[in-house]
Design a protein around this ligand. Structure first.
Ligand SMILES: NC(=O)c1ccc[n+]([C@@H]2O[C@H](COP(=O)([O-])OP(=O)(O)OC[C@H]3O[C@@H](n4cnc5c(N)ncnc54)[C@H](OP(=O)(O)O)[C@@H]3O)[C@@H](O)[C@H]2O)c1
Length: 258
């Protein structure tokens, strides 16, 4: 029987690439995002096994409606739900902008929890399913000029980790995905050299493989993951010294004007 997957943030980047991989592997996929024109382009590439559903993940009723519509269009509840929608706005504590911060928290953290709220109770009832959150290596330690983004990704990681243990007895799997730098519209605005920058199609294959084998954590590129994991053992004084130059990086003016 065809399995059904839902992906938020499927109009571009990782979400769109992942939708294509999963569809090629036989999944029916529901694509959620705000830009319906882009979603429809992805649906055209993916073929009959996909459907586009407009959704703003910062609006609980929009998420619930999109999930309900997608379930009826695809013929039943989802076996796999991927909270991938995310935004990243460079920040600096000397130019802190609460509106940018709030947007990131709403999309990255609440957006994931709204999807969780919409799909996980059904999975628990059915004693099967998988919930995936696309966090980031940036959540493993606070990065200069990414304080809010790092904080949202750390919040996702903690939430997913706690949920994993709670849901395991109910047959529901939880997977945390921690990518490094991936070439997508999100990173193309970066004005600094991104170490180990990976092609988005390669990233989507790694994520799909991890999801399908039921991995708890999918983290890549491997070397970048190992380096970031190593920094977690550095004492604060050494970490501060090593990252100080990045804190002096120039950042663009705030995206959200007050
Ligand atoms: N690229 C990287 O290097 C990298 C590294 C680690 C983690 N990640 C994470 O990977 C995920 C995907 O990022 P990406 O690089 O593929 O970025 P992207 O190309 O900019 O895609 C972001 C997606 O999120 C959707 N989105 C944003 N706000 C939304 C909202 N309010 N409601 C619904 N959808 C919304 C966008 O769709 P609409 O604008 O059409 O709504 C878009 O489809 C993010 O969570 C990001 O933090 C990326």
């Amino acid at each position: 029987m065809t399995k059904r997957a839902l992906i938020t943030g499927a109009s571009s980047g990782i979400g769109a690439a992942l939708a294509k991989v999963l569809a090629r592997r036989g999944w029916s996929v529901a694509l959620l995002a705000r830009r319906v024109d882009l979603l429809n382009e992805v649906v055209r590439d993916v073929g009959a096994a996909a459907g586009a559903f407009p959704c703003d993940v910062t609006d609980l009723s929009s998420v619930r409606d999109a999930v309900r519509n997608a379930e009826s269009a695809l013929g039943g509840p989802f076996d796999l739900a991927i909270a991938n929608a995310g935004i990243s706005v460079p920040t600096h504590s000397t130019k802190f902008n609460i509106d940018d911060a709030e947007s990131m928290v709403r999309v990255n953290v609440l957006g994931m929890m709204y999807l969780f709220d919409a799909v996980v109770p059904g999975m628990v009832e059915r004693r099967s399913g998988q919930f995936v959150g696309v966090a980031s290596l940036a959540g493993l330690r606070g990065l200069p000029t990414s304080s809010v983004y790092s904080a949202t990704k750390a919040a996702m990681q903690a939430f997913l980790e706690s949920s994993r243990g709670e849901l395991a007895p109910y047959g529901v799997r939880v997977t945390t995905v921690n990518p490094g730098f991936i070439a997508t519209p999100m990173t193309e605005k970066n004005r600094f050299k991104m170490p180990f920058l990976m092609n988005v199609d390669k990233a989507a294959l790694i994520i799909a493989d991890g999801i399908e084998r039921g991995a708890r954590v999918v983290e890549f590129p491997r070397l970048m993951s190992a380096l970031v994991r190593l920094t977690r053992f550095l004492p604060a004084v050494v970490y501060d010294f090593a990252t100080a130059p990045y804190g002096r990086r120039k950042i663009d003016p705030p995206k959200v004007k007050r």
